[in-house]
Design a protein around this ligand. Structure first.
Ligand code: 1BO
Length: 274
């Protein structure tokens, strides 16, 4: 699996997002994904599936060091003691002695960012994670976090797809050597996959619209995509994106869909977006 380097972390550019996957289906999908070549699995304490993700990893039989594993600390657990407890609990549930990337899942304005980042760094120093980063951080908070962290932040995981430009966050990630990890990269299917710019490219390259959109993501420097699927057969389809290349005109046509400015994940606790 192709990787990119972000501040010293080698991150496979395609991963499996596991948000909403549960129980036996989650175990089966994680194991199957790893069996067919995925090397990057993304979970979170809040997804309530870390035990299943860990079981799927063990069932695949792959050595632990071959899998890039990410988990996250929920925004209500960002006080230092809570963060350290959450990280330890995640490792216990996953059945591993470290993760590769530990992220702050969402910012929390009620808890001083400096205290959270210091705790994140301590967890890393103790070896519970190899790398640290953030998720859902707009540019102002990202700049603060970068400044506060002793260890380099390697990624900002955000909603990103052709309907949501994220130009400012992307530029900030690039300027700081960080990866931008795209969740909901396919906009959960539907309208995006029927866009003429996408279907025309799909036809030209003999690929599916979903493969074109994922290729659009990973062809951008520093972008990683973590599509979620609950269907086994989709895993192989989503991973079959390394044997073709979109032209500059195709990249631009798909990128221009950003005009729609549609965001899927917005909650009462979301920060003020860029
Ligand atoms: C509420 C979870 C968003 C993606 O991790």
């Amino acid at each position: 699996m192709k990787t990119l380097n972000a501040n010293g972390a080698d991150i496979p550019v395609l991963g499996l997002g596991t948000w909403t996957l549960r129980g036996g289906a989650c175990v089966d999908l994680v194991a199957h994904a790893l069996e067919i070549g995925y090397r990057h699995i993304d979970t979170a304490a809040a997804y309530e599936n870390e035990s299943e993700v860990g079981e799927g990893m063990r069932r695949s039989g792959l050595p632990r060091e071959e899998v890039f594993l990410t988990t996250k600390v929920w925004w209500t657990d960002l006080a230092p003691a809570d963060l350290e407890r959450s990280a330890a609990r995640s490792l216990e549930k996953l059945g591993v002695d470290h993760v590769d990337l530990l992220l702050i899942h969402w910012p929390n304005p009620e808890i001083p960012l400096g205290e959270t980042i210091a705790a994140l760094n301590r967890v890393r120093e103790r070896g519970l994670t190899r790398h640290v980063g953030v998720s859902n951080f707009p540019t102002g908070l990202l700049a603060e976090a970068v400044e506060l962290s002793e260890a380099p932040l390697v990624a900002n995981e955000v909603e990103y797809h052709p309907y949501l430009g994220q130009e400012k966050v992307y530029a900030a990630c690039r300027a700081n050597g960080m990866a931008m990890i795209a969740y909901c990269p396919l906009y959960r299917g539907g309208a995006l996959l029927a866009e003429p710019a996408v279907t025309a490219a799909a036809e030209r390259h003999g690929k599916t619209p979903g493969q074109v959109v994922l290729r659009w993501h990973i062809q951008q420097e520093g972008v990683v995509a973590i599509p979620r699927t609950s269907r086994r057969e989709r895993l192989a389809e989503n991973a079959d994106i390394f044997d073709f290349e979109l032209g500059a005109d195709e990249m631009a046509a798909i990128g221009s869909l950003r005009e729609a400015g549609r965001r899927l994940c917005d909650f009462g606790f979301s920060p003020r977006w860029d």
